[in-house]
Design a protein around this ligand. Structure first.
Ligand SMILES: O=C(O)C(=O)C[C@]1(C(=O)O)C=C[C@@H](O)C=C1
Length: 365
């Protein structure tokens, strides 16, 4: 080793010893923080107080941001890091179980981890109905399910289950979806079959037709199941997220093969919480109108009269009677807002059935 390199090595070693010592201190302090969190949890439980205290969390963020002003730990990094630390502190006070549409490494899993800051017990379930069931029977506190893709539209199964379920929507979270072609093979010419979830295949249709015109396309229950199958089979590939490549030890043969760059999926968190207003909220209602001319118009008229923005309107067959539909409307605002309350009160007499499924913070996509 040259003298220069030796000097570099020694300098790195010295600095890395300091980093190791800082990491040890950070870890010890984090453990101490969680221990204190547990004590706070015991005090709150005795007093019947909720674990989550948003105003306390906000004051912590504000204090830390001011303390770090002009220094390398930015505002964004503080929110990211301390968001995770506080989620972990809440988690030691009361562990949450979150069922999601699995298996592991699906987009729904990633969305669930993102929404709950990686804190909680995450339980994969095979179908959307199973996720609902876990939460309805109380084995899990929350469920995470896909509800809409920007290219493919609504996930009807989720809407149908929500219509019949007593659960509420507690939150929504959006994930930019990117599809990669993953395989054990190292070149496209060796790929004869491509596995994936029907939506992922549909979203990559053009790329697959151009680059793998002779490959057989086989639908699977999830992109993760497709990646697992591709990992076991020579000549096979999967359309899945790049996270699956690391999990199943696959090569990324092509990245971003989706037909449109604006592929985003919206997920719902379902549970029993009633979420407080944040100032940027949405309220989902479901309603059924009579089968007479103008019924939908008169159902929705109060929204127009009160100048409430209708973000989305979908319809689905009720399945109770042929050609009968229920409607799902997302309104801008919170169910505790006077205007939203008034609108729903005015809509109710014009509908055969109406329920508020939840008010929750809008995701920022
Ligand atoms: O101060 C509390 O009440 C805590 O439970 C601690 C803590 C935190 O991590 O700092 C965690 C949860 C609350 O939402 C607020 C703050």
């Amino acid at each position: 080793m040259s003298e220069d390199m030796e000097g570099v090595r020694q300098a790195l070693d010295r600095l890395r010893i300091r980093i190791d010592s800082i990491d040890d201190t950070i870890l010890d302090l984090l453990n101490e923080r969680l221990e204190i969190g547990r004590e706070i949890g015991a005090v709150k439980e005795k007093a019947g107080l909720q674990v989550l205290d948003r105003s306390r969390e906000k004051s912590i963020f504000d204090r830390l941001v001011a303390r770090s002003e002009g220094r390398p730990v930015s505002d964004t990094l503080i929110h990211h890091l301390y968001g995770i630390v506080m989620a972990a502190t809440r988690e030691v006070q009361r562990s949450r179980t979150i069922a999601y549409l699995g298996p592991e490494a699906t987009n729904t899993h990633i969305a669930a981890l993102q929404q709950f800051d990686y804190a909680g017990q995450f339980v994969p379930r095979t179908t959307i109905a199973d996720v609902f069931e876990e939460v309805e029977k109380g084995s899990c506190d929350y469920g995470v399910v896909p509800v809409e893709n920007s290219l493919e539209g609504a996930v009807n199964h989720t809407l149908d289950l929500l219509f019949l379920s007593p659960l509420s929507i507690c939150a929504e979270t959006c994930l930019a979806i990117s599809h990669d072609l993953l395989s054990r093979e190292t070149d496209l010419a060796s790929v004869s079959v491509v596995y994936s979830h029907p939506q992922a295949l549909a979203q990559s249709r053009r790329w697959l037709a151009q680059n793998l015109p002779h490959a057989r396309l086989v639908e699977m229950a999830s992109t993760a199941a497709a990646a697992r199958k591709a990992a076991m089979e020579p000549g096979a590939a999967a359309v899945a997220g790049s996270q699956a490549a690391a999990i199943y030890n696959l090569q990324v043969l092509a990245s971003h093969i989706e037909d449109s760059g604006r592929n985003t999926t919206r997920f719902l968190v379902i549970g029993r919480d009633e979420t407080r207003p944040t100032g940027s909220d949405k309220t989902t209602i479901m309603f059924v109108t009579a089968h007479v001319p103008g019924a939908l118009f008169s159902g929705l008229k109060p929204l127009a009269d009160l100048n409430i923005n209708l973000v989305k309107l979908e319809s689905r067959p009720t399945r109770q009677e042929n050609w009968n539909y229920f409607f799902i409307a997302d309104l801008e605002g919170h169910r505790e807002d006077d205007l939203i309350r008034e609108a729903i009160d005015r809509m109710r007499p014009n509908c055969l059935f109406l329920k508020t499924v939840g008010s929750y913070a809008r995701c920022s996509f």
